[in-house]
Design a protein around this ligand. Structure first.
Ligand SMILES: [Zn+2]
Length: 108
């Protein structure tokens, strides 16, 4: 697995969760007129959106240098994938298309 594919996997999962949270927020906001408890649903969804945005900015990190790549990866993407124009980590220079070194939990 390459660094790019791992970052794409994380980014896609968070973006899909964010989309679902937006739907919950929107539906909850419309249903406030039906029952007041939907205010709680909308507030929880809004807090979730804030947390997901913070994670997208600071939680996605380079596996080599652990620097936050949120701003770099927010460059206009190709669908839900990271743009092919981003080739390297801007902090340590590792290629995003290089293989991730898998740490073994036990030594032989
Ligand atoms: Zn790096």
């Amino acid at each position: 697995m390459t660094i790019r594919s791992q970052l794409n996997l994380i980014r896609r999962r968070v973006l899909i969760i964010t989309l679902l949270t937006w739907v919950v927020f929107a539906v909850g906001s419309f249903l406030i007129t039906v029952h007041r408890w939907f205010i709680v649903v909308s507030l929880l969804a809004f807090i979730g959106l804030i947390l997901e945005t913070i994670f997208l900015m600071f939680g996605i990190r380079c596996p080599k240098c652990k620097a936050a790549l949120g701003h770099t990866l927010s460059y206009p993407p190709q669908g839900l994938s990271i743009s092919d124009k981003i080739k390297f980590c801007p902090f340590c220079g590792v290629s995003l298309d290089s293989e991730i070194e898998i740490e073994k939990s036990f030594s032989t």
